[in-house]
Design a protein around this ligand. Structure first.
Ligand code: ZN
Length: 230
C-alpha cells in the first residue's frame, strides 16, 4: 500500500474553507467515447456501461503507478472525474450537475491482458481495474469553475509525447446523463467519484514512464510508472 488517498479536497471560494470528502465508491464508465470503443473492438453501448473500482486504488498527483507482477500490459485511460457533493437517488438529469462538488483529472489504469481474459470468460473486471495505484486522481476545482463539462479538451502525454487527445463533447453519454443513470442503481453519496470514460489512444506504460494527464481548466495530473521491485 503506498500513498493511498484519505480525502478529496475542494478548494474554498476566496477566503472560504476547503470542503473535504472521504472518498466513497468509484463509479467508472466504459466505452463512453465511440472511437475508443472501436479501437478495442467493442460495440458502442446503448446505455452507460458501469463498473466499480475500489477506493484503495486511489493515488494522488505526483505519486507512482505500480505495475503489478500479474500483468505485462497496463494501459493508461485519461478521464474527466466528478466528485459527488450531495447525496441522491433517481436524480433528474436536469438536476444532476447540482450534485457535483468538483472536477479533477483521473486515470483509469487497466491491466489490459487480465481484462481481455476476463472478457473472454465473461468474468468481472474488478481485478483488471482494481489494483492498488490504478486510480490516480488529480487536485479538484469547484464545480462552479467549470461552465460546461462537455466542452473540455482532454489529453495524455507519456514522456512528452501525446498518446491520447480528445474532447469531452465526444462522450456518448454526457456527465448529467451518467449521474442520472448511475443514481438509478446506486444511491450517490458525498465523496463518491465518477470516472467518465476515456477517448481513443490507450496504450501500455512501462516502468520509468512519466504520465502527464490534462483536462482543460483542471490542475494537471503527473504520475510516475514503476514496477513492484524498487
Ligand atoms: Zn476507463
Amino acid at each position: 500500500m503506498q500513498g493511498m488517498m484519505e480525502e478529496c479536497r475542494i478548494p474554498g471560494a476566496e477566503g472560504g474553507q476547503d470542503v473535504v470528502f472521504r472518498p466513497g465508491k468509484l463509479i467508472c464508465i466504459g466505452r463512453n467515447y465511440a472511437k475508443h470503443a472501436a479501437e478495442l473492438g467493442n460495440a458502442v453501448p446503448t446505455s452507460p456501461m458501469i463498473f466499480l473500482k475500489p477506493a484503495s486504488a486511489l493515488v494522488a498527483n505526483g505519486g507512482d503507478v505500480v505495475i503489478p507482477e500479474a500483468s505485462s500490459d497496463v494501459h493508461h485511460e485519461v478521464e474527466l472525474v466528478c466528485l459527488i457533493g450531495k447525496a441522491g437517488a433517481n436524480i433528474n438529469r436536469s438536476d444532476a450537475l447540482n450534485h457535483v462538488a468538483g472536477f479533477a483529472v483521473g486515470l483509469d489504469m487497466t491491466a489490459r491482458d487480465i481484462q481481455l481474459k476476463a472478457k473472454e470468460k465473461g468474468h468481472p473486471w474488478s481485478v483488471a481495474k482494481g489494483f492498488d495505484t490504478f486510480a490516480p486522481l488529480g487536485d479538484f476545482v469547484p464545480s462552479s469553475s467549470i461552465t460546461d463539462p462537455q466542452d473540455l479538451t482532454i489529453r495524455l502525454m507519456i514522456n512528452d509525447q501525446v498518446r491520447q487527445e480528445g474532447h469531452t463533447g465526444d462522450m456518448i453519454f454526457p456527465v448529467d446523463e451518467l449521474i442520472a443513470f448511475a443514481s438509478t442503481i446506486f444511491t450517490l453519496l458525498p465523496g463518491d467519484l465518477l470516472y467518465t470514460g476515456t477517448p481513443e489512444g490507450v496504450s501500455a506504460v512501462a516502468p520509468g514512464d512519466r504520465m502527464v494527464a490534462e483536462v482543460e481548466g483542471l490542475p494537471v495530473l503527473e504520475m510516475n510508472v514503476r514496477s513492484t521491485a524498487h
